[in-house]
Design a protein around this ligand. Structure first.
Ligand SMILES: [Mg+2]
Length: 170
């Protein structure tokens, strides 16, 4: 079936980051991850880094993944959060622009064919990732959005997603 708006379709959808099949990612040659923060790793503007999140990140690093945090949020917020996880980051990214994805890839020595994007928003994370030619994984947003605008976009996204069929694995 030919899809309309292919750049808005994630390659995979997962309930949360913890549901992503990282073995399947490795099997398809992916060893680099560009990960959104807000509503993907923590609730919007959340500062608490849960033990489970640290273990998940550490597990990925042990398996040989390189990770860069890629966020549209402010520099101090992103640097603090990424710093507490010990990860490189790109802040004020302006997703879905392609430039910041490429910048994040350069930071960790990633290539187009071995990189996946993980995020909770179709019109920023997924759209930008697809434009950059990367494997895109959409996750359900954590918690409630702090921004009215994001809530409005969610409504459009959920209508859109109702017509989307994707793999349920990473
Ligand atoms: Mg987000």
């Amino acid at each position: 079936m030919k899809r309309r708006f292919p750049l808005l379709h994630p390659d995979a959808f997962c309930e949360s980051i913890y549901h992503i099949d990282t073995k399947a990612l490795s099997d398809r040659g992916i060893s680099n991850l560009l990960i959104d923060i807000d509503n993907t790793l923590v609730e919007w503007n959340g500062r608490e880094v849960a033990e489970r999140l640290i273990e998940w990140i550490d597990g990925l690093l042990e398996k040989g993944f390189s990770i860069c945090v890629l966020s549209n949020n402010k520099h101090f917020r992103v640097s603090e959060f990424a710093g507490s996880l010990g990860l490189p980051f790109v802040a004020l990214a302006g997703k879905p622009r392609v430039g910041p994805y490429r910048k994040a890839m350069r930071l960790i020595g990633a290539g187009k064919n071995n990189t996946a994007v993980i995020g909770d928003q179709i019109f920023t994370d997924v759209f930008g990732g697809n434009r950059t030619g990367l494997h895109t994984i959409l996750v359900s947003p954590i918690g409630r959005d702090g921004l009215w605008w994001t809530r409005q976009v969610r409504k459009i996204e959920s209508r859109f997603l109702a017509g989307v069929r994707v793999d349920d694995r990473g």
